[in-house]
Design a protein around this ligand. Structure first.
Ligand code: TLP
Length: 347
């Protein structure tokens, strides 16, 4: 039997199933061949996201990983360096693609919750010297996944943007969960996007779509990105069926992200009362909860397996760390059942 019919799946917000209304919107989508730029629904989604992020153009992608990798390839030359934090998705979860596909190296900085500062970035920009790699890109993540879904404060983004402009280095935002950051902080998406030359968000996470991410930037950047997307195998054909899900989600699933954030806080504050777990409640700002396991006799794989046996699926995020993510398919009763399972096992 498929996992989703029985379990409360808190592994990720990528596990959602399209609603009946979203599927109806997909079925009704007007389509064409998007490699010929003839898919009206995809074109409309791209324009809509470009407007939302106040960039000249948007480009629809099959995944967030491809948005990041195409952005890196579009901004950098082989041998250059990308300044990022050491917990970022690009370093940890993209199969070494930056080295593999673009021949760049990552210059990783430590930062609390994955958040790096303008001072750190400035100190890491390379001097022009024959020995040095050139700094090709500054890459940030908002919300920060391994940081526990924290929002990168806007003044920090703006300060890093000032440094980037001073040194003429482009900036890319891995905004897989940018709309979570926007809803949680009350900051409009275009303000979060403003310091960046390129930015994308995923439709396939909190927004509940089956597939898709949209990258945005200047017309010349998107022209390069379109070429690279094709080279990386991401040119799609009748993608309007997928874009229609995105348009539906932008109409119906953005404001409700606040519910996911509320349920994540509810889960975190309740589970933090169990002595088995240490939870940094300050970090629970959006839909992600990181939990550390306190007793020596338990480990993340053991706890994850025990929870799975009680119908609750969670992600292993380190030898003693679990991640729980709330999303469209997790309502109040799912949170209650998850809490009951935790209390039965560890109360
Ligand atoms: N993250 C996934 C896993 O890969 C860890 C998850 O379950 O959270 N940037 C960020 C910040 C992400 O969290 C993710 C997905 C991506 C990029 C990649 O997006 P996709 O899965 O669409 O390639």
């Amino acid at each position: 039997m498929p996992v989703h019919t029985t379990a409360i799946d808190l592994r990720s917000d990528t596990v959602t199933h399209p609603t009946a209304a979203m599927r109806a919107a997909m079925a009704a989508a007007e389509v064409g061949d998007d490699v010929y730029r003839e898919d009206p629904t995809t074109n409309y989604l791209q324009e809509r996201v470009a407007r939302l992020l106040d960039k000249e153009m948007g480009l629809f992608f099959p995944s967030g990983t491809m948005c990041n990798q195409v952005a890196i390839a579009a901004h950098c030359q082989p041998g250059q360096e990308v300044i990022c934090d050491r917990d970022c998705h690009v370093f940890n979860y993209e199969s070494g693609a930056a080295a593999r596909l673009s021949g760049v190296q990552l210059h990783m900085l430590p930062g609390p919750y994955g958040l790096i500062s303008a001072e750190q970035v400035e100190a890491s920009i390379r001097q022009v010297d024959i020995h040095n790699p050139q700094t090709g890109l500054i890459l940030l993540e908002n919300t920060h996944n391994r940081g526990g879904g924290v929002v990168h404060p806007l003044p920090d983004l703006e300060q890093i943007g000032t440094v980037a402009r001073l040194y003429g280095v482009p900036m890319h935002l891995d905004g897989a969960r940018l709309l979570n950051a926007s809803v949680a902080s009350g900051t409009p998406p275009d303000q979060i996007a403003r310091p960046f030359d390129s930015v994308y968000f995923c439709l396939s996470k909190g927004l509940g779509c089956p597939v898709g991410s949209v990258l945005a930037g200047s017309s010349s950047f998107i022209a390069r990105a379109t070429y690279l997307r094709k080279a990386f195998g991401g040119g799609m054909r009748q993608s309007g069926i997928l874009a229609a899900a995105g348009l539906y989600a932008l109409d119906h699933h953005v404001e409700r992200l606040a519910e996911d954030h509320h349920r994540a806080r509810w889960l975190a504050s309740t589970l933090a009362t169990l002595p088995v777990f240490a939870i940094d409640l300050e970090a629970v700002q959006t839909n992600i909860v990181l939990m550390d396991i306190v007793p020596d006799h338990l480990s993340a794989p053991v706890v994850a397996a025990e929870l799975a046996a009680h119908g609750v699926l969670v992600s292993i995020f380190g030898p003693r760390r679990l991640r729980l993510v709330t999303h469209l398919d997790i309502g109040d009763s799912a949170v209650e059942q998850a809490i009951t399972a935790f209390k039965t096992l560890y109360g």
